[in-house]
Design a protein around this ligand. Structure first.
Ligand code: SAH
Length: 214
């Protein structure tokens, strides 16, 4: 076992399992994906710390527990087509790629999208497609999606993402103000969303037509 694998085991035991994450597939994915490879060189040794970290361009990679929690909330079975808004480092997309059939991820900062593409290639994640555009509009030509995960703070769930979600599908997103939000899990039933607000969180803003202004 290399040093990073050991750190990952420790991260999963102390930050993920101890805090109540139960989904075995999520736990296995968190143990497997090399989080340190998604970070800027100078932060590699902090990769398994219990916190969010900067990835450049004013953006952040989420705390490991939040990644695990949001993934568990998606209730994945393995055959889903998932849409992620906010590729960032690509770490959350890689976790999803371990658990489902297809991941579509959208990033508005070109340099981050390019970097993420490279690491997906390097690690062999051929089931992730990266799009460079305003993610609040979704990907109409690839809809519908079984699941949608927004990894940036939004004032409300963007309408296009609600319409691109399948009946019975789940959206997980931080919804609220620019600097503080609640994690929302919403399930689409008979065309209506059943909403469950969970815990307070702090994400960087979702910027776009159906998000924050700039
Ligand atoms: N999921 C990422 C963390 C994302 S941080 C990870 O695992 O590392 C939020 C990201 O959302 C940032 O990279 C930011 O540039 C991006 N973002 C913000 N608004 C966006 C929009 N409208 N469309 C796509 N990406 C957006």
């Amino acid at each position: 076992m290399d040093r990073y694998e050991k750190l990952r085991e420790w991260m999963v035991e102390t930050q993920i399992i101890e805090r109540g994450i139960k989904d075995k597939a999520v736990i296995a994915a968190m143990k497997k994906v090399p989080r340190h490879l998604f970070l800027p060189e100078e932060l590699i040794d902090d990769a398994y710390d219990d916190r969010a970290l900067p990835i450049g361009y004013g953006q952040t990679i989420s705390q490991p527990y939040i990644v695990a929690l949001m993934t568990e909330l998606l209730e994945l079975k393995g055959d889903e087509k998932v849409l992620e808004i906010g590729t960032g480092s690509g770490y959350q997309a890689a976790i999803l790629a371990e658990l489902v059939k297809e991941v579509y991820t959208i990033e508005r900062v070109e340099a981050l999208a390019q970097k993420a593409k490279k690491i997906f290639e390097k690690l062999g994640y051929s089931n992730i497609k990266v799009y460079m555009k305003d993610g609040t509009e979704g990907i109409p030509e690839e809809a519908p999606f079984d699941r949608v995960i927004i990894t940036a703070a939004t004032p409300k769930l963007p309408d296009p993402l609600i319409s691109q979600l399948k009946e019975g599908g789940i959206i997980v997103a931080p919804v609220g103000e620019r600097y503080s939000q609640y994690l929302l899990k919403a399930i689409k039933k008979q065309g209506e969303l059943q909403e469950h607000y969970l815990i307070p969180v702090a994400f960087v803003p979702l910027i776009g037509k159906y998000g924050f202004d700039s």
